[in-house]
Design a protein around this ligand. Structure first.
Ligand code: F6R
Length: 235
């Protein structure tokens, strides 16, 4: 079941997502699943300016680059520090350990962390190819946390953040679609016309691994928050 909310712009989208989180915390949510990228920033701004205290909550992030030091401005550890945690600390914040010597072991350890801290509300963005987390088209729906090789389209989309295309990491560690689907509630946000095709396929297309986010049609409590541009291809 997907609840679709069309909002005016990303500021209104951040407010709508924040209202769901606020309600969730008021009714006992203890673990938030968080994302990076441009999409959740307006939500994080709402969280920062609110009087909510997150120091009793745990956060679990979706993904991290492999081999990018955590103090690199493009690392997701640093992104979360800059955009949320430095202003609103949590009791504990987990981000996948992309600098671990053994990434497969780090992935297994991350699944144990998620098992011990079941995610009440997971925040998601969506890639232009329908990816969620770093789960690119073709990823099996039952996969848990794992190492991924980024597709050319994702490397291309991310290169604007790096001085040179060759500096863009080629691998990441990501929660799998199986890990994401265990969350009790999911909020996927998307803004702008370059997300319109992915949103149309996610909401109106068949449930298929070719469009990873389409799996949310099978989730019991998923909300899709989109602006008018991202909604423009819905029939
Ligand atoms: C980030 C993540 C990615 C992004 C997606 C959209 O943690 O998991 O799936 O949500 O690539 O990125 P933006 O929001 O920058 O368009």
């Amino acid at each position: 079941i997907m609840d679709i909310k069309i909002v005016k712009d990303k500021v209104a989208g951040g407010q709508a997502a924040f209202a769901i989180i606020q309600q969730g915390i008021a009714t006992g949510a203890k673990v938030l699943g968080l994302a990076t990228g441009s999409t959740p920033i307006t939500l994080y701004q709402e969280m920062i300016k609110s009087d909510l205290d997150f120091r009793q909550l745990t956060s679990v992030n979706l993904d991290e680059y492999v081999g990018l030091p955590y103090d690199n401005p493009q690392s997701y550890h640093q992104f979360m520090q800059d955009n949320l945690f430095s202003k609103k600390p949590f009791k504990h914040s987990y981000v996948p350990e992309g600098m671990a010597a053994d990434i497969d072991q780090a992935a297994k350890d991350y699944d144990k962390i998620i098992e011990a801290n079941p995610i009440d509300i997971q925040i998601l963005g969506i890639g232009r190819n329908g990816h969620i987390g770093f789960n690119e088209p073709g990823t099996p729906f039952d996969e848990l946390t794992h190492e991924v090789r980024l597709t050319e389209s994702t490397i291309e989309a991310n290169k604007r953040f790096f001085a040179d295309e060759k500096d863009v990491p080629r691998k990441a560690i990501s929660m799998g679609i199986g890990s994401i689907m265990k969350s009790k509630q999911i909020i996927l946000m998307a803004y702008g016309s370059d997300k319109a095709d992915a949103i149309q396929a996610t909401i109106e297309g068949p449930v298929t691994t070719h469009v990873p986010a389409s799996v949310l049609q099978n989730h019991a409590n998923a909300t899709i928050i989109i602006d008018e541009a991202a909604a423009s291809k819905l029939t």
